[in-house]
Design a protein around this ligand. Structure first.
Ligand code: ATP
Ligand code: MG
Length: 408
């Protein structure tokens, strides 16, 4: 246990906050009561408490406890332990998993005992700690609130409750140091601000642009996961605007950012924003979205630029297309690990675009039957929004589809 002096939390009683057990999943309640009945402390913590206070329904529920993972396992039959360096307990209820983490501290002085985890996060030695330690090692104050099942109160060690009420995202501790510890917090700031509609506190926002290059050191697989949370969670447009505003776009999508900067009339940026708005609308309507289409939108500016460059060098058009698509993927992969099962269909969406210009009967039949036709057509529609000259093409293919549907 760490030697941090016990800090008295601000206790927000049940009547002063809106969190009701009705909005907590029955599985999470079972875990909280199970821990309590076994004599341990158990709190709902993190994103779930934040979302409930902000009036959103959480998508998952995390629990923090003073019980060790082994002790948690002894309480719940449906429990398995995961993680090597830092063990967590997963209590499994059908398809729902409640993650139970023992209070932990980031102990040791800065620079000492540092090591890099698989995912590239720079962490000092993780040791079990007190609830206060557990609170201050979290990222934002609004993510460090603890809901107690005993009296239904919320415990606040870092001023998170006031920040939720002010709709403010604020890092715990010294912002620059927290970004250096883990640069992905830069993206989490933008993402959570977009998701919650919160403002990033000025002191938390100030070093963001200067810290952006540190993202180059983050693990590409982790950045891929984070990119999906930024862009496929219903707030893609706000995420994109936040990345622009805090100068993080070049760190995440270097070539697309460069292409957008170079493109003077702004129609490419308008198209990307429209694509992201469509994605948000689809999610709001419960329709499916795919990383392939998302990345086709995000990387389109990079692709167009590369294609123009190769064509200016006199490359054969078809060869140029394939080469431009491959180069964009190759370069982007150095930053974000985009799996091939998404990058291949993304490239197909691009490569099919010129084929909409060919209208001989046979070719039309073949394109309509292409497994990527629908996605490519949606992409054409997006392009046509910025390019009126594509209107006739779009109409032709809309009609071709309805005729085909009748023939089927
Ligand atoms: P959401 O689930 O909506 O994506 P979240 O805040 O729950 O948001 P998770 O990745 O599920 O995000 O993390 C759960 C909690 O773990 C956070 O609320 C925060 O307290 C802590 N946490 C997550 N990532 C970090 C980080 N990089 N640094 C410090 N604490 C973190
Ligand atoms: Mg979460």
């Amino acid at each position: 246990m760490s030697e941090t002096a016990a800090v008295q939390p601000l206790v927000i009683p049940r009547e002063s906050h809106p969190i009701s057990r009705r909005n907590i999943s029955p599985a999470a309640l079972k875990v909280l009561y199970g821990l309590r009945d076994a004599g341990y402390q158990g709190f709902l913590v993190g994103g779930a408490v934040r979302d409930l206070l902000a009036g959103l329904q959480p998508k998952d529920f995390d629990v923090a406890t003073d019980a060790t993972p082994e002790q948690v396992r002894a309480v719940f039959r449906n429990c398995r332990l995961i993680g090597r360096r830092f063990r967590l307990a997963h209590v499994v209820f059908g398809r729902e998993i409640i993650e139970v983490a023992t209070f932990r501290a980031n102990d040791g002085g800065e620079g000492e005992g540092r090591e890099t985890e698989d995912d590239g996060r720079l962490l000092r030695d993780n040791v079990y700690g007190t609830i206060e330690d557990d609170a201050v090692r979290r990222d934002f104050t609004v993510n460090a609130l603890y809901y107690a099942i005993g009296d239904f109160s919320v415990r606040d060690y870092v001023g998170g409750h006031a920040d939720v009420q002010a709709r403010r995202l604020r890092l715990i501790g010294e912002p620059e140091r927290r970004y250096r510890e883990d640069p992905v917090r830069l993206l989490r700031a933008v993402r959570l601000a977009a998701k919650l509609g919160f403002e990033i506190d000025p002191a938390t926002a100030a070093p963001m642009a200067a810290m952006a290059p540190l993202l180059a050191g983050a693990a590409p697989a982790r950045l891929f996961d984070e990119s999906l949370k930024l862009f496929l969670a219903g707030h893609a447009e706000r995420s994109f605007l936040g990345l622009e505003r805090h100068h993080l776009l070049p760190a995440l999508l270097p070539e697309a950012a460069a292409a957008l900067r170079a493109h003077r009339n702004g129609s490419l940026r308008a198209m990307v924003l429209e694509g992201l708005r469509n994605t948000d609308a689809r999610i709001a309507a419960g329709k499916p979205v795919t990383p392939a289409f998302l990345y086709a939108v995000l990387l389109w500016p990079a692709y167009c630029r590369e294609l123009a460059r190769l064509q200016a060098q006199g490359a054969d058009p078809v060869v140029a297309q394939q080469r431009a698509a491959d180069r964009v993927v190759l370069h982007q992969a150095q930053r974000i690990a985009l799996p091939r099962r998404f990058s291949l269909p993304m490239q197909e969406i691009w490569m099919l675009q010129p084929r909409f210009g060919l209208r001989q009967k046979k070719r039309v039949q073949r394109l309509l039957a292409h497994p990527r036709f629908r996605a490519a057509y949606d992409f054409l529609e997006l392009r046509a929004g910025m390019a009126p000259e594509l209107a006739a093409e779009l109409r032709f293919w809309r009609e071709a589809q309805s005729t085909a549907a009748v023939v089927d």
